[in-house]
Design a protein around this ligand. Structure first.
Ligand code: DSN
Length: 429
């Protein structure tokens, strides 16, 4: 019996060692290269980020925080995590950053743990109004272990119903109020939320996962001056690795928040992800990121306007963020059938509940579109207008029950490949 690594262990590549996994990875690269990615939580990371993810740092285990680790050999890990922390603080102009959360949900859970005890009351936006699972959905740990009350949006204009926020806050006296979500397309009045939170003695958590890149690029108001704690993800419009951040200016919360993440809800740090976070945060600190953020917002508005011009109902009549929500009820379509048809046409998006939706989450009556990935590959308003027309053609075709949908989807897919061929991403593997 041999105990040495098998031949090639340290130097043979994936294609030779595991052709099955390699083939699926290459096929995914092709899918991303040839299609138009409209899922609002996706983006296309830089080659530098991909490199940072794939180094021997993946082997290192650390727990705790830089300079206070529970394991040896942490010098380089400390350099990397400190770089990520300093860059996050500079980017969001705040005094504290925790870069360890594995995701936005983990970041939110750590904040729950830092401030609440099981059974405490939390007021957050309903998932169907644009909230997020980790804000107290009944299917999530936060919804099972805490007493969650929700506010929603006004049925007539889809905007946050502040009368309801105030009423629910007064009636239920929550310990925490959450603003932000995963499908709310408009700028949030953080100051108003903070005033309500102060009135009832609640902590305000602002989840900026879906607009953190715009905040970083100066195209969206920052919640940080208003909320005691803000969370974000790094992989949407911050254009980096999958992961979360916790940010605050309230330095007295440092210990609470650090313990909330570790040892509260996480163990060892995923250091290659932290290295890649440092890279994306460094990229976002460059002046050209401001151009990217402006282009994202301009493109989102152009796509929303094109959809509306072509008979598609965009919730709230537009967007202030990289995402928009489409209500399909006037077309008599479900999100499931519409997203499947669009995917066959090379346009990838996700089905999404809309305010007042009666369909289950696996079906829904809406679609969510985001422009962060397309903008990264170089699309500007002309390309998003073209994409908007393609989406509308498919949706209107479906709504009319066209018998030639396979032909329409195939023709659209050809248009998509012709478009994306002019905006290459990674070199073909
Ligand atoms: N929160 C999910 C989304 O908005 O798509 C994943 O990031």
């Amino acid at each position: 019996m041999t105990t040495a690594p098998h031949e090639g262990y340290f130097d043979q590549g994936l294609a030779a060692i595991d052709p099955d996994v390699h083939a699926a990875l290459i096929a995914e690269e092709d899918r991303q290269r040839d299609g138009v990615e409209l899922i609002a939580s996706e983006n296309i990371v830089s080659r530098a980020t991909l490199e940072a993810l794939g180094t021997a740092m993946v082997n290192k285990t650390v727990e705790g925080y830089p300079g206070r680790r529970y394991y040896g050999g942490a010098a380089h890990a400390d350099v990397i995590e400190t770089l990520a922390i300093d860059r996050a603080k500079a980017l969001f102009d705040c005094g504290y950053a925790n870069v360890q959360p594995h995701s936005g949900s983990q970041a939110n859970l750590a904040v729950f743990l830092a401030f609440l005890k099981p059974g405490d009351t939390v007021l957050s936006m309903d998932l169907s109004a644009g909230g997020h699972l980790s804000h107290g959905s009944s299917a999530n740990l936060t919804g099972k272990w805490f007493n969650i009350v929700h506010y929603g949006v006004r049925p007539d204009d889809g905007l946050i119903d502040f009368d309801e926020v105030l009423k629910q806050a007064g009636e239920h006296r929550p310990k925490m109020i959450i603003c932000g979500g995963s499908a709310y397309p408009r700028a949030i009045d953080f100051a108003r939320f903070r005033a309500i939170a102060d009135e009832v003695g609640a902590v305000l958590l602002a989840d900026m996962a879906h607009f953190a890149g715009l905040v970083a690029g100066g195209q969206h108001p920052s919640p940080i001056p208003h909320a005691q704690v803000s969370t974000a993800t790094t992989y949407k419009n911050l254009r980096g690795v999958r992961g979360g951040l916790i940010l605050t200016n309230q330095m007295d919360l440092e210990r609470k928040l650090n313990s909330g993440v570790f040892p509260g809800v996480q163990g060892s740090v995923i250091l290659n992800a932290v290295a890649a976070k440092a890279v994306c945060l460094g990229e976002a600190l460059r002046p050209e990121f401001k151009d990217y953020a402006l282009a994202v917002l301009t493109n989102a508005r152009a796509l929303a306007a094109t959809l509306m011009d072509n008979g598609i109902d965009v919730v709230t009549g537009g967007t202030d963020t990289p995402l928009m929500l489409v209500d399909l009820r006037n077309l008599g379509l479900t999100g499931a059938e519409a997203s499947e048809s669009l995917e066959r046409a090379g346009l990838t998006c996700n089905k999404n509940g809309v305010p007042g939706d009666t369909q289950p989450p696996t079906v829904t009556s809406g679609l969510r579109f985001g422009v962060s990935a397309g903008t990264t590959r170089g699309f500007r308003t002309a390309e998003f207008e073209a994409v908007g027309v393609m989406i509308a053609d498919v949706l209107n075709g479906l709504a009319k029950g066209k018998s030639d949908m396979p032909a329409l989807e195939a023709a659209t897919a050809r248009q998509v490949t012709a478009l994306t061929a002019n905006f290459p991403i990674y070199e073909k593997g």
